[in-house]
Design a protein around this ligand. Structure first.
Ligand code: ADP
Length: 396
C-alpha cells in the first residue's frame, strides 16, 4: 500500500522552507527537505532526501512577477513527481501568531482563517505570508487537509508576571497587548529532544537559545515555557540579523517626532535594517561577520553575544537559577565563537565550556567542572509540524 505523505510549509516573505514526511506503520519518516529562495525575483528550489542527497533542484526565470500562489503551483508541480507512489494527505503550516485563542494546532477552516487574518496586525511582516500559503494550497489542491501550527502556542501558559506589560489595563486587556513569545515550535522540539538525551536536566531550569536570523531565548522549567525574550511581537529581546531586539520605546518616538519618520519607515528600520546588519553595515549573516576582520563586524558580534547573555541573566531570574543551556538554530548550532562569546558572560552563573568540545561541535560542550550543562541540539520545527498534522489527521 502506498504511504501517505505530509508536507510541511514555512512560508516567509521571499522564502519557503518545506519538508515531506511519509506516514507508515512505524510512524513518520523524513522523505525530503528543502527550501525555495528568491520568491518574487528568481526562485531557486533545492530538495534533498533524508541522507542529504539532492533530489531536485530547479530555477525559475527572473522578471516574471510571482505571487506566493503562482509560485506554490510551480512548487507543488516540482515536488509531487518525486513523491513517487506516496499520496499527499495533508499540509502542516508554521503560523507565527495564534493570539490567545490558538494554544494547540488546528485544522484550517474558513472561520479559523478569519481569526488568523485578524492577527495580521500583530505580526505584519510574517503572518500574511503564512496565510498566503494556506490560501494558495486551498486553491490549488482543494479538499487537501491543512493544519496550522503556531509559534506562540508553546508559550500560552506563561505566568501572568512574565506576560504582563505595564501599560494601562484598558489596553492590555481589551487590545490583547501582552507578551506572547515566538519560536515555540522550535522550543517544543528542543524540550522533547533534551528529555530524550538528559531527562534529569530536562526536569530542571534550562534556557534554550534559538539563534537564527530571528533569535530568542526561552526559559524552560520541566520542559514548559515560563519566560521568553520575544514579547508582543518578534521584535523584542535579542539582537537579531536585521532587528535590534529590546529597545527603549523613546527611540521610536524620537524618530517619528524629531526625525519625521513615518510608521512604515520605522517598521522597515526595525525589521529589516537594524541588528547585525545595522551595527556592522556589512551583513546580517553571522557567518560573514565572524569571518570578517572589519572592526564593525567584530562590534556587531560582540553586541549580539553580550545582549544574549544579558537577557539570559533575566531568564535566570524567572527560573530562580540555571541548570542547563541549549544552543540551537543556524548560529547556535554552527558558531563556536558565538557560543563561547555568550558563555563567557555567563561564567558568574556557573557556565564553563570545554573549549575543544565546543570547537568540535559536540553535543555536550560544557566542561566537567561546569555547574551548568551546555548542549548543542539541532532544532527541527518541521518534525513538530508534521507530528501535529499526523495527529490531527488521525483524529479526523
Ligand atoms: P532562519 O531564522 O532564517 O531559519 P537559520 O536558523 O538558518 O535562520 O540561521 C541563519 C543564521 O545562521 C545566519 O546568521 C547564518 O550566518 C548563521 N550560520 C549558519 N552557519 C553558520 C556558521 N557555520 N557559522 C556562523 N554562523 C552560521
Amino acid at each position: 500500500m502506498a504511504d501517505d505523505a505530509i508536507l510541511t510549509l514555512n512560508a516567509g516573505s521571499s522564502s519557503l522552507k518545506f519538508a515531506v514526511y511519509l506516514r507508515g506503520a512505524d510512524g513518520l519518516a523524513l522523505h525530503s527537505k528543502g527550501q525555495v529562495e528568491g520568491i518574487g525575483t528568481a526562485p531557486h528550489l533545492i530538495a534533498r532526501d533524508a541522507g542529504g542527497k539532492v533530489l531536485a533542484e530547479q530555477r525559475w526565470s527572473e522578471g516574471e512577477r510571482q505571487t506566493h500562489e503562482d509560485f506554490l503551483g510551480k512548487f507543488l508541480g516540482a515536488v509531487e513527481p518525486y513523491l513517487g507512489d506516496a499520496k499527499l494527505v495533508g499540509v502542516g503550516h508554521r503560523i507565527v501568531h495564534g493570539g490567545t485563542r490558538f494554544t494547540d494546532p488546528v485544522r484550517v477552516t474558513q472561520e479559523v482563517m478569519d481569526a488568523l487574518e485578524a492577527l495580521v496586525p500583530l505580526a505584519p511582516l510574517h503572518q500574511p505570508h503564512n496565510l498566503a500559503a494556506i490560501r494558495a494550497v486551498a486553491k490549488l489542491r482543494p479538499g487537501l487537509a491543512q493544519i496550522a501550527c503556531f509559534d506562540t502556542a508553546f508559550h500560552h501558559a506563561l505566568p501572568d508576571l512574565t506576560a504582563h506589560i505595564a501599560l494601562p489595563r484598558a489596553l492590555t486587556e481589551e487590545a490583547g497587548i501582552r507578551r506572547y513569545g515566538f519560536h515555540g515550535l522550535s522550543y517544543e522540539y528542543l524540550a522533547g529532544a533534551l528529555r530524550d538525551r538528559a531527562p534529569n536536566l530536562a526536569r530542571g531550569r534550562v534556557i534554550a537559545a534559538h539563534l537564527g536570523n530571528g533569535a530568542s531565548l526561552c526559559a524552560l522549567r520541566d520542559g514548559r515555557s515560563v519566560d521568553t525574550t520575544m514579547g508582543f511581537t518578534a521584535l523584542d529581546g535579542l539582537v537579531m540579523g536585521t532587528r535590534p531586539g529590546a529597545l527603549d520605546p523613546g527611540v521610536v518616538l524620537y524618530l517619528m517626532q524629531q526625525r519625521g519618520m513615518s510608521a512604515a519607515e520605522v517598521e522597515t528600520l526595525l525589521y529589516k535594517q537594524s541588528g547585525l546588519l545595522g551595527v556592522s553595515g556589512i551583513s546580517s549573516d553571522m557567518r560573514a561577520l565572524t569571518a570578517s576582520d572589519h572592526p564593525h563586524a567584530g562590534e556587531a558580534v560582540a553586541l549580539f553575544c553580550f545582549r544574549a547573555a544579558w537577557q539570559a541573566g533575566g531568564l535566570a531570574v524567572s527560573l530562580g537559577g540555571l541548570d542547563g543551556l541549549v544552543f540551537s538554530a543556524g548560529i547556535g548550532e554552527h558558531s563556536p565563537e558565538v557560543r563561547a562569546g555568550i558563555c563567557a558572560h555567563l561564567a558568574w552563573l556557573g557556565v564553563a565550556l570545554d573549549d575543544a568540545a565546543n570547537r568540535a561541535g559536540r553535543e555536550r560542550i560544557s566542561s566537567e567542572a561546569s555547574r551548568v550543562q551546555v548542549w548543542v541540539i539541532p532544532t527541527d520545527e518541521e518534525l513538530v509540524i508534521a507530528r501535529a498534522a499526523a495527529r490531527l489527521l488521525a483524529s479526523a
